[in-house]
Design a protein around this ligand. Sequence first.
Ligand code: C2E
Ligand code: MG
Ligand code: MG
Length: 644
Amino acid sequence: MTPATTPAPVQPPRGPDPLRELQVRRLRELIVLLLVCFGLFALVNLPVANTPVLLTTGAAMAVLGIALQLLRRGRFEASLLTVLWTLTVACTAVIWMRSGLRDLMVLTYPAIILLAAMTVSPRPLMALLATMLVSLGLLFWGELAGWYQPEVQELGYGSYLNRALLLVLVAVIARTIANDLGDAIRRAEAERERAKDSASRLAFLVQHDALTGLPNRLLVQDRFAQAVARARRDGTPLALLVVDLDDFRRVNDSLGHGVGDAVLQRMAERLRVLAADTDTVGRLGADEFVVVSTELPDVDALAGFAQGLLDGLAEPFERDGLSITCRSSIGIAQFPRDGDAFEALLNRAEAAMARAKAEGRNAYRFADPDVDIDVGEHLRLVSELRAAIERGELELHYQPIVRLASGEVGGVEALVRWRHPERGLVPPAAFVPLAERSGLIHALGAWALEEAARQVRRWEARGLPPLTVSVNVSPLQLAQGALDAVVARVLAATALPPRQLLLELTESSLVGDAVPLRDCIARLQAMGVGLSIDDFGTGYSNLGYLQRFDVQALKIDQRFVRGLADGPQGEAIVRAIAHLAEGLGIRSVAEGIEQEDEVQRLAALGCEAGQGRWWSEPLPGPAFVHWYQERERGRVAPRRAAPA
Ligand code: C2E
Ligand code: MG
Ligand code: MG
């Protein structure tokens, strides 16, 4: 018997209800089982010829027949109650007619209560229980008071058969109930799983775009809120890029919505691939996508990423034998510079995207027009610089390095310049940082090394002694770990002896303890190339690197030379550096010497060599030859030398 919940009022049939069908079937089986049991009970009790008991059994069977009829007519609840009351009344009657409290039929009471508890509502259950308690109470009182005399049953086969019959009946009913209960629990479990599946499917549908499977505005907004919290907490970067396909309407109109949908799906896929794993790519509307970027630290990186998206999205693809190309326009808004709320940033990014469309499409624009100008200028400069390197517009100028004591020229420092067709001679401060940011520094650095080495060889060919040339090396060149290969190639190509090459490194290049850096420097030193520390004392204050690397010279930054004018303190710094160099057994070279008294004081403080306008500005290669030869001939003394 399937456990019933509170019996619902009889409902008009609404198609087959599997649960109700099972309940009806079970009740029918129960009635038939009871009829059989009552029949057997009558048979077993026939020999005893207890007429009232037999009559009661017959009456009970007749009422069970009525319950069966009720069930056939669809009156399940009425039929069930009829069965329960028939059992209770019949068993009670038999108990009264036979041995009272000691009658085995008392055992039917718990079975009936169990059945009722599983199938009917509390009220009929209570009524049945009350009937049984009252009956048992009366039997007890009757016997005590003496007005009820129970029959003493003889022991015979009948007593055994009656008990066996009762046990089997209870076992069958209990087993059936347990089975049905198990089924019901399994069904409920399956139902719960199905409900859970549909709930998660629903959650996905609520937060994603059905066509592309990308997060929709709701989810993008949620992820954006998380990214803002992280940006505020950890200072991570955050930007919103709105990507809108150019001319998408034309695709839809001319090729149909099927192709339009395919284009959107393809673009969504590409955006997902092009964006970082930690970015959120979403679809905002028809042909508008959004990327929440959390890894790109500055406008250069964002510009590079946006250009990558434009290029990646514009790759043609095949569909139904057609080659389709779909370009797009992008607007970029940065947190917190352009706003800190989702809507505000989105509006700014959309406005920037509209500007990109208005200005010719297939482009990106920043929300802040100043950034646009900066980025535009930056990109223009980078491409100009790249062309300048290729076209040979870069030059090296050479500044002599002079021994303070003897006035002898021992070497030169090579300093790069850009001979710009419109802007004239551009100093390195204006383009070396640009070269470092754009990666062009590697090409520039390699060129400078080779050009400097060739120049020294050319001077030698013109009769100059073998000078040492110092070449400035960017920390990025060193960090790459392949500088030794570049130097080896240059030395081989120019036949410059390695001892004539000095690499000027900054202190910051050497602080890292990375194995590739150490190995690279070790290989350079094994080749016989020298190292000097540029702008010594202005960078890193931990001098441990001087122990790790075998350095040939310390270059005293020109601010310390200027500082000599400040009196004893300025002098103390220069003296300390000169002594440190002396202690290490290496040279000290002062930079930016402009006056004769600086030369005197530096020499007095123990500084070994110097460079600066006092002797010469950095000069182009041929001009340096001229300067050198004139100086050797003793005709050109230092520029601002005392009157002859
Ligand atoms: P640096 O290596 O410290 O170069 C010395 C700077 O002092 C040079 O500036 C030089 O022109 C300037 N100078 C020379 N004499 C005097 C003087 O008497 N008074 C004053 N006030 N300054 C003087 P420059 O040529 O503009 O170079 C600036 C910096 O650019 C260099 O500083 C160096 O760090 C970098 N640089 C130059 N060429 C290269 C290169 O080929 N590669 C790399 N990575 N950096 C370079
Ligand atoms: Mg230098
Ligand atoms: Mg310097």
